[in-house]
Structures are given as structure tokens and as C-alpha cells.
Design a protein around this ligand. Sequence first.
Ligand code: UD1
Length: 418
Amino acid sequence: MSVMYLRGGRPLEGELTVHGAKNSVLPILAACLLAGGPVTLSNCPKLTDVTTALDILRRLGCKAEQEGHRIVVDPTGAEGNAISEKQMQAMRSSIIFLGPLLARMGEAHLTYPGGCELGPRPIDLHLAAIRAMGCGITEDHGIHCAGRPAGGEVYLSIPSVGATENAMLCAVGASGVTTISNAAREPEIGDLQSFLNSLGARVRGAGSSTITVEGGRPLSGGEFHIMGDRIVAATLLSAAAAAGGRVRLSGVDWRHLATVLSVLHQAGCRVESRLEHVELERDRAIALRGVPTVRTAPYPGFPTDAQAPVMAALAVSQGCTLFVETMFDSRYRHVPELIRMGADITTEGRVALVRGVERLHGAKVEAHDLRGGGALAAAALGAEGVTVLSGLSHIDRGYEGLETMLQCLGADVERREA
Ligand code: UD1
């Protein structure tokens, strides 16, 4: 088991290009099942969740290799229709394979997905979308779907990111036109639409609440560049807000970070947003200020994935900040760890009240989920002394070499075998 040692107190300085987005590459890898020939993807992050997605593709009979940040998938020989329980348990996003698998094979056998422990994360909307396209589903020691999907009306009662993507992918392989209403509007859905259209699909409306898919068109292979990871950017900016200094990040579109930048600006950071980069500066001599309520919401609201890192920065501030987590039930698992570092935070249900303290101190802490792990690293860099962070397997699901990125920005961080 490895752990991260982080010595706080040194401001972050420097420039970094943010790696490709986990939440974009995973649905796009699932979409490769629908391609008519080999697909080459660039800017793919090296993450354990990506390795899991490649394993699933291989099990289904695709050729799938990652070399550096390039992935080549050849789905030509795919003939499997089942995903193993182990692969389904390894990450929640394995459910994204349901739509394209069914569209390609007319049959799909899966179990319930695992993933970060954020409270109950049902898949009822995914299944309802598949049913709306005329396929039968039996839930009996797993999920068994059969039938050739046909275009239909999919209405999502919650704008679920995964269910929107699953519906899009199933609809691309379905005969006829599908309309997805109350669709999620996250930028990664736009990336998926661009990828599908680059193969010859006809998908419109990503970024709005209504997505229309003209299904059944023959798709080719192709090449595609994965968008940058806005949540990795939010984590690094939060780390700079906590530690002080000045960082410049490129490879992400600042407009996708607007709500996060607004909170960090209200807290007293200088933020500069340009087409080609986003820069954050914080003078360590001046304390951050608590900000009025930070309420997570579907895009374009404040991202639930940035809640923990921003909370880590605001743990050391003058005044209070109220966080309201509207997306998931158990998304405060980093709070007891921050308290171990000296933070003053009270939670009740989906609300957390952060009373800013003057300083945090290093401690032994553990990441219990992916973004909570990024948050603890951010907090550690603003704290006095050394923090020993364990639970790195969570962090490696979504940050490619977090310690290397932080070192690039001048942080005193290393990963060691415990
Ligand atoms: C995606 C992101 C994740 C992010 C989340 C919310 C990926 C790979 N992951 O996760 O990083 O935190 O969006 O922005 O893109 N829900 C149901 N039934 C369903 C599906 C979802 O009730 O069938 C609920 C969930 O419990 C949750 C809400 O809908 O409360 C939003 O979840 P969803 O948007 O589906 O999240 P994911 O796609 O799993």
C-alpha cells in the first residue's frame, strides 16, 4: 500500500496542462462499441477507471490498448454481451456499457455497478431509458436486457449524467428518432455528442435539456481528442487557494469552471480567465473569507465533484461557509478527516457548516472517495506540518499522478510505500 506525504506551508507556483477528463473518456470508450472501425483517442488520462473500461471492452471482444495518453479501440470483432460482476463492481461507470452493448448485440447481461461510496446511487433511470426504447429487462441475480432498441421518448425525472449518456448511446444504435427530455447538461455530454457525430451519428442538443438522436446510421471509426478535466482543474485551483501562490492551468475551458471560480473569487482569490488558460493567485498573508452558501447542483450549477476540494480551501478562512449537497447522500466523508487536521465543520444530513479556522495542522488522514481524496491533498498543502494521506486507490481512479501534478506546481509531496 502506498501513502502520500504532503508538507504544507509552501505556496504553489507554476503552470500545468490539465489531463483529459475521466468523465468524458469513460462514456466515449463505451461508445467505441458502436463504431464501425478502429477509433484512436488522444488526451486519455492514465487512471484505474480507464483500465477497467479497457478490460470491459476486451472482455466483449474488442481490441483495446493504451499507450501513454493514446488509446486505440478496434470493436470489429466484438461479440460478447456480458460484463462480469468484478468489472461491474470496479466502477459505477461500467453501467454506461449497457446502452451501446444492447444496441450492438440485442442482448446485455450485467450486474449492479459499484464505485465511490456516495450513498445510494440507483440505476432506475438508466433502465427506464432502455425500456422507453422498447427493450425488455429482467432483474434476477443481475440485469438481463434483450431486444433491438427502437427510437422513443425518454424522460428523465432527474437530469442524471450517466442515464443521459446511456440513453444517447442506446439511441444512436436504435432504429428511428429518440428524444431525451430533462437531459443532463454537463460539458462531458457535449464531448460525447461531438465524438458520436465525428463517427457519422446524428445527435443534437447536448448542453441543453433536450437531446435528439437520429438512430440507426452506419458509424465509421475515427479519431478524437478528449476534453480536459474540469474537476482536476477545480482541485488544483482549490489547492492553490489553500496553500497560496499563483498557478496557471491550461487544457480546460474556464467557462466549465465558472461557478467554482466565482466561489474562489468571493473567498478572496484573484482569478483570471482566458480562452487558453485560467490563473488563480492567492496572497498567503491575507486570509480567505467564508462565502455565502455553496449549493451543489446539476450543470451549470456548482459541481458536486468540486464540493470537497473547495471545502478544504475554505476550512482555513475568516467567517463561515454553508455547503448544501443536493446531489448525493454521503458526500461529506472527507469532513471527519479535515476535522482531524483541525477544521471546525458540523454536518447534518446534506448540510455542512464550515467555521473557518486560522490554520490546519498535518495529520494521518484517509481518502474514502475520489474527490474527498483530492480535497485532503489540497487541505494538506495549506496546513502546517506533514500530512500522511492513505486511501490512494480512490485518488488514482480520477487523478493521473496527483503527486506529480502538485510537484510540478512546487508542492512538497511524495508517494511512498507504507
Ligand atoms: C456523474 C459523474 C460524477 C458526478 C455526477 C454528478 C461520471 C463518470 N460521473 O455520475 O463524477 O459526481 O455525475 O455530477 O460522469 N440517480 C437516480 N437514478 C439513476 C441515476 C441517478 O436516482 O438511475 C440520481 C443519483 O443517485 C444522484 C443523481 O441522480 O443523486 C445524479 O447522479 P448522476 O448524474 O447519474 O451521476 P453519475 O452519472 O453516476
